[in-house]
Design a protein around this ligand. Structure first.
Ligand code: NAD
Length: 250
């Protein structure tokens, strides 16, 4: 049987790269999408070095033509994407009174418009296959976080998007779920420390005080959760938000 194909956005580094590698280890062929195809090359090389099959795709998920073309290219050159992980994301943090309209729009565009465009393009392949898995990246920030009015709104929006897709697409054998990471050690966390004007080490030490398991998360911690949602056995898990944060979140 030909391997199923997964498409992971924002997979050049960080959480997306770990998810792409993990799904490849689980037996999927993987479309590795990021803004520039050349940035995705390292993730593709890591997958191929482990015996997997992957394709680098350059696209801006918030651009309608780009998103559609990337999904079409994935389908033509690798296989129809029946797993989609909407992971691409940006931060434009700042207190509300300083937040520019562009900061607001850019965050909405990448997280919400991007997830919408990619999912609308990919779902046709899933309904045709009668099987699909959509996994969206939310965040503990969906519950509110100082300096992140734009990001928190987008990540809460992703949860509403997820639950609605779960209702609409369930009958086609497609599940849609959300992973909400806590503090995960990636470039995004380094950026947050920079914004606060402290070193990453100091930032991490402060965060760890509030994390019951006593460490910040690693990209592989999130990849494990995505891997679960993508399995056949997870067929009855639909429309859920799983916080992966080293402790309870509410
Ligand atoms: P990261 O900044 O390390 O990586 C994000 C990737 O997305 C980059 O490779 C970037 O080039 C890509 N990207 C950005 N805009 C894009 C666009 N328009 N089109 C295509 N690709 C684009 O971030 P990360 O920490 O790995 O975060 C991944 C996801 O997890 C994001 O959705 C983020 O909001 C979420 N998240 C991260 C954390 C954390 O602590 N790191 C916590 C909660 C949620």
């Amino acid at each position: 049987m030909t391997a199923r194909t997964a498409l992971v956005t924002g997979a050049a580094r960080g959480i997306g790269a770990a998810v792409a590698r993990r799904l490849a280890a689980d037996g999927f062929q993987v479309g590795v999408l990021d803004l520039r195809a050349e940035d995705a090359a390292a993730t593709v090389a890591a997958i191929e070095a482990s015996g997997g099959r992957a394709l680098a795709l350059g696209a801006d998920v918030s651009d309608e033509a780009d998103a559609a073309a990337a999904v079409a290219r994935c389908a033509d050159e690798l296989g129809p994407p029946v797993v989609l992980v909407n992971n691409a994301g940006i931060l434009r943090d700042g207190a509300l009174f300083k937040m520019s309209t562009t900061d607001w729009d850019d965050v909405m565009s990448v997280h919400l418009r991007g997830a919408f465009l990619m999912t609308r393009a990919a779902q046709a392949h899933m309904t045709a296959a009668g099987w699909g898995r959509i996994v969206n990246l939310s965040s503990i920030s969906a519950l509110g976080n100082r300096g992140q009015a734009n990001y928190a709104a987008a990540k809460a929006g992703i949860q509403g998007f997820t639950k609605t897709l779960a209702i609409e697409l369930g009958k086609f054998g497609i599940t849609t779920n959300c992973v909400g990471p806590g503090y995960i050690e990636t470039d995004m966390l380094t950026l947050t420390a920079e914004r606060m004007g402290i070193s990453y080490e100091e930032f991490a030490a402060r965060m760890i005080e509030g994390i019951p398991v006593g460490r910040v998360g690693q990209p592989d911690d999130i990849a494990s959760a995505v891997s679960f949602f993508a399995r056949d056995e997870a067929a009855f898990v639909n429309g859920q938000v799983l916080y992966v944060a080293g402790g309870p979140v509410d």
